[in-house]
Design a protein around this ligand. Structure first.
Ligand code: TXA
Ligand code: MG
Length: 322
């Protein structure tokens, strides 16, 4: 089939206006954020929101994150308190998503919230995303702009490769800086619990709050964040993780971390920098899976500190065998 990628647009002022109009009219726009590319729709337009699930082939029980551009909007949308507002003021815009109790005056967002009594909301730290939300004048719901269960996109090209012309417009804002999805925290109870490890380290949250932050058991088959399935982020080649460099097989594509003495096909970060590794992770998995002359992918162990929590979470799911 001939295809000239005519739905990828440079993020100019004019194209942002066109994208905002597309959102308002119920279309789907993929856009860059600080973490990964999102597939956006007007949260108040149930048909448009349904279109997201269809384009991604995502089950309807899996709720979406709302993206907003102003903190002041938050109390109109969700139940807040001083802890929530303090976290928002400190960490937004940034790679942190809140799960909050919904206000019951908004049945139009039922589909986006998958009928739950809570909603997920965040403010992305990216000028293109913020401008698009402001110009649209509505919160934009956006899951990662990839087909369900596949690796999340960190470039406009990745979005195109995964969703093609199922999207009305793909705004190109270059590669995402953080490269893994947001950290999701549950703020509906007394304790704060991480539902999904992500681009904001647990340590940074604890430093700010001065209290322990809990981590939800994500190995469950009924996760509290409904999207946290055991198999997710799957590359096309089987992935083995925590592999010492001496155990890498001849027919495996080797993704290293840190200094290694054996030749690596790719290295997430030669200087063992976990932020750099997170930024490379999804692009390298996509690169590796293209090499079907190999039988599989082997990856070095990644430490469990800072963004290592998010990286280990994603690769564990990517390596899960059914
Ligand atoms: O970095 C990100 O968060 C990206 C960018 C595009 O913002 N978005 C993203 O969305 O990763 P998605 O749909 O791929 O993942 C959203 C996760 C899912 O695991 C979903 O189950 C969870 O958030 N979630 C959404 N609403 C929830 C709620 N009310 N309670 C618990 N989990 C929720
Ligand atoms: Mg996703």
């Amino acid at each position: 089939m001939m295809n000239n990628k005519n739905n990828i647009y440079e993020a100019t002022e004019q194209n942002l206006d066109k994208a905002a109009e597309t959102i308002r009219n119920g279309g789907l726009v993929a856009f860059p954020t600080d973490t990964v590319y999102g597939l956006g729709a007007n949260v108040y337009n149930a048909d448009a929101v349904a279109g997201i699930f269809k384009a991604k082939e995502r089950p309807l029980f899996d709720p979406l994150i709302s993206h907003i551009a102003e903190i002041d909007f938050l109390p109109e949308y969700a139940q807040t308190d001083s802890r929530v507002m303090a976290l928002a003021k400190h960490f937004w815009p940034g790679p942190l998503t809140f799960v909050l109790k919904r206000k019951d005056n908004n049945p139009s967002i039922d589909l986006a919230c998958a009928g739950l009594g809570s909603l997920a909301v965040r403010m992305p730290n990216h000028p293109v995303a913020l401008s698009l939300i402001k110009k649209s004048g509505v919160p934009i719901v956006a899951p990662s702009a990839n087909r369900f269960k596949t690796v999340s996109p960190t470039t406009a090209q990745h979005v195109y490769d995964s969703l093609g012309n199922r999207v009305d417009m793909i705004l190109d804002g270059g590669a995402c800086k953080i490269g893994v999805e947001t950290t999701i925290i549950d703020l509906t109870g007394k304790n704060i619990t991480i539902l999904r490890a992500g681009g904001l380290a647990k340590e940074e949250l604890e430093d700010f709050l001065g209290e322990k932050v809990y981590v939800n058991d994500t190995s469950s088959s009924h996760p509290k964040a409904p999207g946290q399935l055991l198999k997710h982020y799957a590359p096309k080649l089987p992935l083995r993780i925590n592999v010492a460099e001496t155990d890498v097989k001849e027919d495996e594509f080797f993704i290293a971390f840190g200094k290694v003495s054996r030749k690596a096909d790719l290295n997430l970060s030669e200087s063992s920098d976990l932020k750099e590794a997170a930024a490379h992770l999804f692009a390298y998995l996509r690169e590796a899976e293209k090499h079907d002359e190999y039988k599989g992918i082997a990856m070095s162990p990644i430490p469990m500190t800072g963004l290592g929590l998010a990286i280990n979470d994603r690769i564990k799911r990517a390596s899960y065998k059914e």
